[in-house]
Design a protein around this ligand. Sequence first.
Ligand code: ZN
Length: 311
Amino acid sequence: MTVVTTLPDHRLLLVHAHPDDESIGTGSTMAHYAATGAHVTLVTCTLGEEGEIHVPELAQLAAAEADQLGGFRIGELAAACAALGVADHRFLGGAGRYRDSGMMGLATNEHPRAFWQADLDTAAGHLVEIMREVRPQVLITYDPNGFYGHPDHIQAHRVAMRAVELAAVEGIAPAKVYWTAMPRSVLEAGLSHFTDSSDNPFDGIESIEDLPFGTPDPEIAARIDATEHHAAKEAAMRAHGTQIPATSWLYSIAGNFGAEFMGVEYFTLAVGEKGPGSGPYGWEDDLFAGIGIGLDDDGSGRAPVSAAGVR
Ligand SMILES: [Zn+2]
């Protein structure tokens, strides 16, 4: 029997490592596409059990004590998704299947449930199941370095890319895969701005070459201007109160640079054809550009999607 469900005709899947990564890295993009009626699915790979706790009265939830942070962060993530207008959020393999591996080289990397130890095809299989159901045309994850080198971010990249390969065998691979990115020009502007600041997130950094991220501008494929959703992104970040203290430089930088710092996000294109864009490097302003999904012709905004994987 073929079960046919209806989903919006633009479907975006994001694969992130820990609760809070979705908001910090892609919150405005998620809010933007959710607001335009796209189906946005967030898959978070771990509960973030090893996170540092910035709320003193919750300090005993830490991994080394009550080990309750992961469960607590499920609630933070739900509140963040509500702020972003994203209803479909899931944990890879179900909540608690994979554990936060902690920073590279720590003993937590060796935990039997650590995401870093996950069997790649098994973990990718969980993601393919979600792809069969949601049939995303666009997938967002990290680059091979996990944007900044955290083992769970590197593993999220590997799992997502393996899932794309497995989905291609079934003919259901997304048309485009993007990796989160930060253009060098934006980092340079930030670096020079903070050089004289007492609250300098780049303290000790002489040049952007010293940072673990930063993409030459010509290699950026898409610039998503979701400035109108900057407040939703900030609200989503504040929902992750155990992780992002209210005094974080992320909020002061936002105050200094204004809505653009929160509201504009950048991506490189790893799989698929770049669509039409603008500016000196032809940056797309829409992740669905060029993949031939017309705006809803019948005005319903919905197209049939077969849960059995038949278009
Ligand atoms: Zn993370």
